[in-house]
Structure formats: structure tokens, C-alpha cells
Design a protein around this ligand. Structure first.
Ligand code: SAH
Length: 261
């Protein structure tokens, strides 16, 4: 290994290419190889025209590069003496498997550095003008996955009792179950809730509604992954838009249909 060899585990931020850190840009400018996830905005690759780009995307249900292979690739490239950037959507340590990559590098004695990024859950809330914590509304914020690897159920009761804003990643496939589980665990069916698709990107879309109506609205609007689900009183503070009024009308239609059934 040459003395320059190093692996940077880098957060690319939530999607808006301006929401990457200066430190991440500096690492990209020095990189010889960049391993990129598919949630990363490709516009960011403009910072590293000199580098070889290796896409290693892994989106739920699609063909992807296995994690152990990525770990091995990071080690092997560094052992060849290369400066490597592993560029991940959001923050590398928030549902990004950055911890596993770090442990593989540690075990192989490879120099590495962690460069944090703005996680998409917080970026998506900010873009909707939703403060994740707000005095008088909650006691904090919980970042949680809606899709456990082992299929183990989430502790719904405990989540409801925390009185925190719930920011749910990877939950779109299970949105109806998630809302049902929260209501069954005692959360009000009227609790404000929003889904933000492609948060902070140009083509961001979002719906805000109540916990009970959000699966219907997200479905009729065709919202898909990548999206963040946010549950909590703070969603009341989301910015107003014409679209939102349309959703309120949709909600009314839905409630009429539901009460007639
Ligand atoms: N490390 C990433 C999360 C990776 S897990 C981070 O810190 O943001 C993948 C999940 O992140 C997706 O299923 C989705 O829930 C969320 N996600 C990533 N980018 C997103 C975006 N621009 N808008 C909304 N959700 C996003």
C-alpha cells in the first residue's frame, strides 16, 4: 500500500447537489476511484471528473452488488494504493451500512475517514419546512427503518410512547401496515403525517395528511421509493401549497367513501 492510499466513507447528502459538505467535495476532488450508490445525485460526479466511477447501487428488490463484495472491493483498491471514495446517499452511518464498511477497513488495517452527510430524513423535513423537534410538540426525533432485514416487527407501542417525531426510512412498501400498526398501538388516527418522495431533489413530491388517510393519498399520487414517512404533530407546520389543498379535498373524498362503506 502506498502512503496516499485511503478510503473515504462519504455522505452525499439527501439529493440536492448543493447539500453536500465541503469536506466531501474535497475528498471527491482527490479520488482515483469512486464507488457510488444509486441514491446519490449523479450531478455530484462533476466534482471528480478525474476518477473512475464504479456504480454499486442496491435498491430494494433490484439486482445489486452484495455488501461483502463492496467491502472486499474497498480493501482491495486501497491495497493497490488508490485513493477511494465510497459515496453514499444521505449520511453513511444512517441506514447506509457504512458501519460494516468501516469494520472491514479496520480489520484490514486500511486508513479511512468518515465524512458525514445530511441524512435524507432530516433533509426531507427541512425542505417541507417541518422542524423535526419543536418545543411543546414532542420530546425528540426517532429515525427508524420501516423494513427490518429479518422481518422482525418494530416495537410499535414503545414508538408511540416516546412522543417523538417518527422519521421512517424504507417504509413505502409497508405504508398501510405501518400506519395500521401505529394506530393499533394507540396513536391517534388523526396524527399528522407526510410522505416526501425524492426529498430536496428538483422533482420532489410530497403529501401531508392524517395517519389514517396517508396510505390512500400516497397511493393515489403514485408516491414511490425513495421516500421518507414522517409522523408527528410537527407535520402541522409543513408549508402550505396549492397541492396540499388538493390533497385535503382528496382526503375529504376518502373520508366520505370510508364512512359510506
Ligand atoms: N444513508 C441514507 C439512507 C439509505 S436507506 C440517508 O442517510 O439518507 C434508503 C432510504 O433512504 C430510502 O428507502 C428512503 O426512505 C430514504 N431516502 C434516501 N434518499 C431520499 C430522498 N432524496 N428523499 C426521500 N427519501 C430518501
Amino acid at each position: 500500500m502506498t502512503s496516499a492510499a485511503k478510503v473515504y466513507l462519504v455522505g452525499a447528502g439527501p439529493g440536492d447537489p448543493d447539500l453536500i459538505t465541503l469536506k466531501a467535495v474535497k475528498a471527491l476532488q482527490q479520488a482515483e476511484v469512486v464507488l457510488v450508490d444509486d441514491l446519490v445525485n449523479p450531478a455530484l460526479l462533476a466534482h471528480c471528473p478525474q476518477a473512475r466511477i464504479v456504480p454499486v447501487g442496491k435498491r430494494g428488490g433490484c439486482k445489486s452488488t452484495p455488501q461483502h463484495f463492496i467491502n472486499r472491493m474497498l480493501v482491495a483498491l486501497a491495497e493497490q494504493g488508490q485513493v477511494v471514495v465510497r459515496l453514499k446517499g444521505g449520511d453513511p452511518f444512517v441506514f447506509g451500512r457504512g458501519g460494516e464498511e468501516m469494520l472491514a477497513l479496520r480489520a484490514a488495517n486500511i486508513p479511512y475517514e468518515i465524512i458525514p452527510g445530511m441524512t435524507s430524513g432530516l433533509g426531507a423535513c427541512a425542505s417541507m419546512e417541518v422542524p423535526v423537534t419543536h418545543r411543546g410538540y414532542n420530546h425528540g426525533v426517532t429515525l427508524i427503518t420501516g423494513h427490518t432485514q429479518d422481518g422482525e416487527p418494530l416495537p410499535w407501542q414503545a414508538l408511540v410512547e416516546t412522543n417523538t417525531t417518527l422519521v421512517i426510512y424504507m417504509g413505502m412498501q409497508h405504508l398501510p401496515e405501518i400506519t395500521r400498526n401505529l394506530i393499533n398501538a394507540g396513536m391517534s388516527a388523526d396524527m399528522p403525517c407526510m410522505v416526501v418522495e425524492n426529498g430536496t431533489r428538483e422533482h420532489q413530491r410530497a403529501v401531508t395528511s392524517s395517519l389514517q388517510a396517508i396510505p390512500y393519498l400516497a397511493h393515489t399520487q403514485g408516491l414511490k421509493s425513495p421516500a421518507i414517512i414522517v409522523v408527528g404533530e410537527v407535520v402541522k407546520l409543513a408549508k402550505n401549497s396549492q397541492q396540499e389543498q388538493d390533497w385535503q379535498e382528496n382526503l375529504q373524498t376518502w373520508l366520505n367513501v370510508a364512512s359510506a362503506a
